[in-house]
Each structure stands twice: as structure tokens, then as C-alpha cells.
Design a protein around this ligand. Structure first.
Ligand code: ADP
Length: 355
């Protein structure tokens, strides 16, 4: 559907030539919701501007449904731009136009007649749930409602792709979730391909089928959202995933837990104790996670803290567990856990045997 091939873009700066996009190759399929995520400065805006034809890449090509977009004349570009609907972080609504007239604008520019405009705008406002606010002005509606207007306007001319540039970055978490639900709904109802450019992991997690991770002007990782979250391969992805699933035990609680375990070990000769940090990737987590490990006689587990999320049906997250038993039993349990698919002992936070 969208094929970005060997794309490069440099900017001339007073300090010399800056490579904003070093080399990007991406294939986005018809009907999917594709996320492009990366930290600030990764090249996301530059990529958006190349896709929506506002910036000319230095080299490489962008093909939309078989039509090469790069290297077109200004008139051809204008026609092609209609095939891409844009949704912006700042909504970009015209304050002197009503909700209805904002959505009507691209249709007016395209020369559509009044009757058709009326029926198309009514249909779009119904799709985004704003029919009752069609006579309001942008200043009289909420941020989430403004973005609904932005989405309706972007869809007005039946584009092939909806390109969302940080569309939820200015919204609170609840409104963000509502807007993402709406986009998912529109994708299901109309089959439109959606490209979400974002720096928010939440956005990718909630609706993207696949995701590409951008860093320093290059794609460092691409794959199904659940795979990328469960097995992040690149440092940038790992940092973004761990920031989104952060759940470290605080120093204070760790100190208290260790002190308590030390006292327990002193009072129980022949027994040891440990605290492990476990990471789950791909694990089918159930009550039975520790069953294999716990079969080893005389070892007991207590869950200290957990943050496990269901990302597209796959459990991903981090657990802290406390283990008590003989040194041999703890060792056996550790081996049994390492054999459990998708579970990894990331760190031995404390082990009494090492004291
Ligand atoms: P992102 O959207 O991921 O934050 P950008 O595409 O805005 O990243 O920027 C990528 C890099 O290119 C940044 O280092 C930025 O400073 C640089 N850059 C962007 N636009 C220009 C420009 N017009 N001139 C020079 N450098 C630019």
C-alpha cells in the first residue's frame, strides 16, 4: 500500500549538512494501523513531511498504491495530496468556521457541489459522533471534540491513508483513549490504512497492528506490536518499553524486605532466601507460572510486586518475587524457572547465601 524505499533527507545547517533521515525502508500494508514511534529528534516529523509531500527527499521513493509520489510536478502533487488525510496534534481548525464548515472545507476546495457536501459532512459528523455540535465554533468545543472534527475533515475526500501526526499528544489520557478507539473503529468500518506517528508508547500499544521504531533517522526495529514489546531488540526500543512498563521496587521497600529476610534466615538455620527480578516476554502467564519451579520441595515463592500488561494477548512485564528455602532448593527452582518459556531472571536483587 505504502512503500518507502531507500529514503534519505538532509538539511543544510550553518554547521554543515545534517542527515535527518539516513535511510528508511518501510512497507505498510493495506488496511493496517501502522505505528511509527521514536524519541524526539528521531526524524518522525521529517518523515511525515516527506510522506505528505511537503518536503522533497534527497533520494529514494515513496509509492502509494502503485503510484510513485516522489518526483511529481506541483500540479500532480496537489492531486496526490488528497489521497492522504492528515490529522495534527494542534488540530489546525479554522476558528471562524463552524464544526460543519471546517469539515466541509476540503470538499469546497475540491469543487464538490453543495448538496453532496451537506450529505458527506452529515455522514462524517455522524461517524465521529459530533452531529449534535455541527453549529458550534472550535472555541466552544473540547480538545477531544476538536480532534474528532480534525479526523472528520481528514476523511472528507475519501483518502487512501489517514496520516496521524501526534494526534493525541495534546490530549489527556482518557480523551486519548477515546480518540484511539474512534480511529480503530473507523479503520474497522472503512478499512482505511492508518499511519500513526507518535512518541507515545500508549498509542502504539492500544491500536497499532505493527510498529516501526525510529532512531537517529533510521528504522532500528519493525514488527508486530506484541513482538516488538515482548522482545525489544534495540536499546531505543528497550528504553521505551521499560519506561512504559516501569515498576521498580523502591530503594526503601527493598531495604525493608532485605532486612526482614535476613532476620528470617538467621532464625531458620539451613534456610536461604532471595529476591529475583523476573521479566516476562511472550509468557502465557497464569496461576501456574511458578508451578514447575515450586514443585521442588521446600521452596516458597511470594510475589512482591508485579506490573504485567496484556499487549494484544501477550503478557509482558516485570515481577519481583521472594524465594525462601534451602540453598539447593532455591538453585533448583531457579533452573526450573529459566526453563519456563518466556520467563527470564533478569536480576538477582538479593541472595542471603552471598551475604
Ligand atoms: P522528530 O519529529 O522525531 O522529533 P524531526 O524530524 O523533527 O524529529 O528532526 C530530526 C532531526 O532533524 C533533528 O535533529 C532536527 O533538529 C533536525 N531538523 C529538522 N528539521 C530541520 C531543518 N529544517 N533544518 C535543520 N535541521 C532540521
Amino acid at each position: 500500500m505504502i512503500h518507502i524505499k531507500d529514503l534519505r533527507k538532509t538539511y543544510k545547517t550553518p554547521k554543515g549538512v545534517f542527515e535527518a533521515i539516513k535511510k528508511i525502508d518501510l512497507k505498510i500494508e493495506q488496511g493496517e494501523i501502522f505505528g511509527i514511534i521514536g524519541p524526539s529528534g528521531a526524524g518522525k516529523s521529517t518523515l511525515v513531511q516527506c510522506i505528505n509531500l511537503l518536503e522533497k527527499p534527497d533520494s529514494g521513493s515513496i509509492t502509494l498504491n502503485g503510484q510513485v509520489l516522489t518526483g511529481l510536478s506541483e500540479i500532480e502533487l496537489r492531486a496526490q495530496r488528497r489521497r492522504i488525510g492528515m490529522v495534527f496534534q494542534s488540530f489546525n481548525l479554522l476558528s471562524r468556521r463552524t464544526v460543519f464548515n471546517n469539515v466541509a472545507l476540503p470538499l469546497e476546495i475540491a469543487g464538490v457541489n453543495k448538496e453532496e457536501i451537506k450529505s458527506r459532512v452529515d455522514e462524517l459528523l455522524n461517524l465521529v459522533g459530533l452531529s449534535h455540535l455541527s453549529d458550534r465554533y472550535p472555541a466552544q468545543i473540547s480538545g477531544g471534540q476538536k480532534q474528532r472534527v480534525g479526523i472528520a475533515r481528514a476523511l472528507a475526500c475519501h483518502p487512501d491513508v489517514l496520516l496521524s501526526d501526534e494526534a493525541t499528544s495534546a490530549l489527556d489520557p482518557e480523551t486519548t483513549a477515546n480518540i484511539l478507539d474512534l480511529l480503530r473503529d473507523i479503520n474497522r468500518k472503512t478499512g482505511i490504512t492508518i499511519v500513526m506517528i507518535t512518541h507515545q508508547m500508549e498509542v502504539v500499544k492500544q491500536i497499532c497492528d505493527r510498529v516501526a521504531v525510529l532512531s537517529h533517522g533510521a528504522v532500528v526495529e519493525v514488527g508486530a506490536t506484541a513482538d516488538v514489546f515482548a522482545n525489544p531488540r534495540h536499546d531505543v526500543t528497550r528504553a521505551m518499553v521499560s519506561a512504559a512498563t516501569e515498576s521498580n521496587l523502591s530503594e526503601d521497600s527493598l531495604e525493608i524486605l532485605v532486612a526482614r529476610l535476613k532476620t528470617w534466615v538467621q532464625a531458620h538455620p539451613g534456610q536461604d532466601a532471595a529476591i529475583w527480578e523476573l521479566h516476562l516476554h511472550d509468557a502465557q502467564v497464569s496461576g501456574g507460572l511458578f508451578s514447575g519451579a515450586a514443585k521442588h520441595e521446600g521452596v516458597s515463592f511470594s510475589l512482591l510486586q508485579a506490573k504485567v500488561e496484556d499487549i494484544k494477548g501477550v503478557a509482558v512485564g516485570k515481577l519481583y518475587v521472594q524465594v525462601q528455602g534451602s540453598a539447593q532448593a532455591i538453585l533448583n527452582a531457579r533452573q526450573a524457572l529459566s526453563n519456563e518459556a518466556g520467563v527470564q531472571i533478569q536480576e538477582v536483587v538479593y541472595e542471603s547465601a552471598n551475604d
